[in-house]
Design a protein around this ligand. Structure first.
Ligand SMILES: [Zn+2]
Length: 170
């Protein structure tokens, strides 16, 4: 969901074409077996938008739309990529790098979402309070009172704005 920046302001899509989808998959340790095509991009975007609406509903205490739940479930039904062990030259064993197809990668993302929304972290989900951000985050702080997706960016901007408002008051 964070692949749309400034969602509530002037949105910028970081998953807009096959090349940026590939880069995103590589960054998330899911280098694809085959180059995604425009249809794959549309599927990832559709899942992302359904996930956004679903989280907005869940965090506001509303029942999610049936179509969004259905889309997430359809994506999560994709068979995940096989996992395997690889033995290194020195005899060490590690998990081999998976190269999922775009559909398998979509399935993994959807499964994560199912675990997130259907699991114990649901109560820790929040939307960033910064005006234009819209990012959802999991608040892992002990007090559970985090307001921004990032204290360094959105939190800092909000503090600067609050300071400016106070300074401007006569
Ligand atoms: Zn934010």
């Amino acid at each position: 969901m964070a692949t749309v920046r400034s969602r509530l302001g002037r949105p910028r899509d970081e998953l807009g074409d096959p090349l940026s989808l590939t880069a995103w998959l590589v960054r998330h340790d899911l280098p694809p077996a085959a180059e995604p095509d425009p249809a794959d991009v549309r599927e990832f975007q559709a899942l992302r938008e359904a996930a956004y609406r679903l989280l907005a509903d869940v965090t506001e205490g509303r029942a999610p739309a049936g179509a969004d739940v259905e889309l997430v479930n359809q994506c999560a039904a994709h068979t995940p990529p096989a996992v395997s062990l690889a033995v290194e030259e020195d005899g060490g064993v590690r998990r081999a790098q998976a190269h999922p197809t775009p559909a398998q990668a979509l399935g993994l993302v959807a499964r994560d979402l199912v675990d997130l929304v259907g699991g114990p972290l649901r109560g820790r989900l929040h939307q960033c309070e910064a005006e234009v951000c819209g990012t959802f985050f999991v608040d892992t702080s002990r007090a559970g009172r985090r307001r921004w997706c990032s204290s360094a960016t959105c939190g800092n901007r909000a503090r600067v704005a609050a300071h400016r408002d106070r300074a401007a008051r006569p």
